[in-house]
Design a protein around this ligand. Structure first.
Ligand SMILES: C[S@@+](CC[C@H](N)C(=O)[O-])C[C@H]1O[C@@H](n2cnc3c(N)ncnc32)[C@H](O)[C@@H]1O
Length: 264
C-alpha cells in the first residue's frame, strides 16, 4: 500500500514531466508555470512586504519559476519544496543558470508533512500550486509553525465559486488533479481556523481568463512542433483541458483569486 506522499508523487509525476514542461514553455506568459504574469506576482509579493534579506518558503515550488522571480526582484532567500524529482531537477538547473545558488535552495518532500524549521520564514507563497494539496488545513498548520510571528501567506490560485456545479467540481479535481480546490470563502475560513488573519482578497477571474486564452492560442500555433515531439495524445489533453478551463471561467464556475493572510 502506497503512503499518501508516495501516492501524490506517483500521480503528480504523470503530470509534471517533459511534455508538461514544453507545453508551459510554449504557454509562457512569464517565468512561472501558471496563468499568472510576472508583474502580478511581484506586485502581490511587494504588497505582502517581501523584501531583501527575508526568507521565503515556497511549498510546491514546481520548476522554480516563482522562487527565481522573487530572488531576481527582491534578492530574498527562498526555500522551495516539491515532491516530484523531475520538477526539482529543472528548478535546480534553472536557479544555477541564473547564478542564484546562494539564495535559492530546493528540497524533495511532501509540503504538508515536511518538518520545516520553526518560526524561520517571513512568508510562504503559492502561485497555482496548492490546489493540488487536498488537506489545506493541514498544510496551513504546517506553514503556521514554519512562519515567524506576523509572517505572511501569499496565495494566488484557482478557486470554486458559489456557481460551481458538482460536475464541474469533480471535473476540475480530475482534470487538473486539484483535490484541494474550494471557494475563496472556504479557504478564508480554513485560514481563520488555523491561526491566520486574512488581510486582503481579490478576485482575478478576468485576468486569468485572458491568460488562459492567450496561452491556448500559443499552444495551438505551436501544435505541429509539439505533436512532432510528444505525439497527439498529450497535445489533445492539454488543449482540451485548457479549453474546458476557459469555458468554466467564462461561466463563472471557476475563478482565480489572490489572498494575503497574516500569522496571528
Ligand atoms: C503547478 S506546479 C507549481 C507551479 C509553480 N508555482 C510555478 O508557477 O512555476 C505545482 C507543483 O506542486 C507540486 N506538489 C503538489 N502537491 C505537493 C505536495 N504535497 N508536496 C510537494 N509538492 C507538491 C507538484 O509536484 C508540482 O511541481
Amino acid at each position: 500500500m502506497l503512503s499518501e506522499t508516495e501516492e501524490r508523487r506517483t500521480r503528480l509525476t504523470l503530470i509534471y514531466g517533459p511534455a508538461f514542461r514544453r507545453a508551459f514553455e510554449i504557454f509562457a506568459l512569464g517565468t512561472t508555470d501558471s496563468p499568472v504574469r510576472d508583474d502580478e506576482v511581484i506586485e502581490l509579493a511587494r504588497s505582502a512586504g517581501i523584501s531583501k534579506e527575508q526568507r521565503i518558503l515556497e511549498p510546491c515550488s514546481g520548476s522554480g519559476g516563482v522562487s527565481r522571480l522573487l530572488t531576481r526582484e527582491f534578492r530574498c532567500e527562498v526555500l522551495g519544496i516539491d515532491v516530484v524529482p523531475y520538477q526539482l531537477d529543472v528548478a535546480k538547473s534553472k536557479a544555477a543558470h541564473e547564478g542564484f545558488q546562494s539564495l535559492i535552495a530546493y528540497i524533495e518532500g511532501d509540503a504538508v508533512t515536511y518538518a520545516y524549521p520553526r518560526e524561520a520564514f517571513d512568508a510562504a507563497i503559492d502561485v497555482f500550486a496548492w490546489v493540488h494539496v487536498a488537506d489545506w488545513p493541514d498544510l496551513f498548520r504546517t506553514i503556521h509553525e514554519a512562519l515567524k510571528p506576523g509572517g505572511k501567506i501569499v496565495m494566488y490560485d484557482a478557486f470554486l465559486t458559489p456557481k460551481t456545479t458538482k460536475q464541474t467540481e469533480e471535473a476540475v479535481k480530475d482534470k487538473w488533479f486539484d483535490p484541494g480546490i474550494r471557494t475563496v470563502d472556504d479557504c478564508c475560513l480554513a485560514f481563520d481556523r488555523t491561526g491566520f488573519r486574512v488581510i486582503h482578497k481579490e478576485d482575478r477571474r478576468q485576468r486569468v481568463l485572458e491568460s488562459w486564452r492567450a496561452g491556448l492560442a500559443r499552444l495551438k500555433e505551436a501544435a505541429d512542433e509539439f505533436i512532432g515531439e510528444f505525439g497527439e495524445e498529450p497535445y489533445e489533453l492539454f488543449s482540451e483541458t485548457i479549453s474546458w478551463t476557459i469555458r468554466a471561467h467564462e461561466e463563472e464556475e471557476l475563478t482565480a483569486a489572490q489572498i494575503l493572510a497574516e500569522k496571528v
